[in-house]
Design a protein around this ligand. Sequence first.
Ligand code: RB5
Length: 145
Amino acid sequence: MIALGADHGGYELKEAIKKHLDELGVSYIDCGTYSAESVDYAPIAKRTCDKVVSGECEKAILCCGTGIGISMAANKVKGIRAACCSDYFSAKLTRQHNDANALCMGGRVVGVGLALELVDVFLNTEFEGGRHQRRIDQIAEIENL
Ligand code: RB5
């Protein structure tokens, strides 16, 4: 199960991602927003990421205009490792090395075609563990300071 969230800047991209996931047969929960009307991204990041932290969803995909604001908000949620990506290599490596559990993209930055490639590689790439686990643990330690 994937948690999806977007503000108005990412709304159209979120809708395209929903269509893509439908075609792939991947289940998701749409945490809003549900129209192109202006809305704040931080509460949407929170309620989307809460689905991951609770275990209801495996990963989150978040979209805003740049992908940056919603990734900043997502990374404030304990247990979330959100990566703002606009290239294939980063979307792949953030799974392999960072065990990212939230992919953030900018609806005003990436085209739909690229965004769907990023979604695919993000969802299908495994964390490598090993030395990277230690680094993930160090990130988590910062949350507890
Ligand atoms: C909204 O205009 C825009 O600021 C927002 O979608 C996002 O890009 C913020 O980082």
